[in-house]
Design a protein around this ligand. Structure first.
Ligand SMILES: [Zn+2]
Length: 114
């Protein structure tokens, strides 16, 4: 499962940061996930809950901010957001000369530690 390896590397990152800063437990981790990143939030939450057992993040809550896909069109200049998981053409002029600028994120926003 894709999400399981993401959860494990996420835990390694936040645990490392936590220990490096001299804290002993993680309360919350906020993660920004783009819709185009190909991650199912429910699966990631589940994988995180399983993988966190026995780590400094064992009590941690994972909060996922799901980011819509957005971009701009090179032909008509339109700026758009989409609720779709994939977008191949401009919603306004149907040109395929589009640039996706949001929706591929997979990044830690912040975390609360103790
Ligand atoms: Zn367009």
């Amino acid at each position: 499962m894709h999400e399981a390896s993401i959860a494990i590397s996420l835990l390694e990152t936040v645990s490392g940061l936590c220990c490096q800063e001299g804290f002993s437990s993680i309360e919350t981790v906020r993660l920004k996930v783009g819709k185009a990143a190909g991650i199912l939030p429910d699966a990631l939450l589940f994988a995180f809950d399983v993988a966190k057992t026995g780590t400094v993040a064992s009590q941690a809550e994972l909060i996922i901010e799901y980011v819509a896909i957005g971009g701009s069109c090179n032909d008509c200049g339109s700026q758009f957001d989409s609720e779709e998981r994939y977008i191949f053409a401009c919603p306004d002029c149907h040109s395929t000369a589009i640039k996706i600028t949001r929706g591929n994120e997979l990044q830690i926003v912040d975390m609360e530690v103790n």
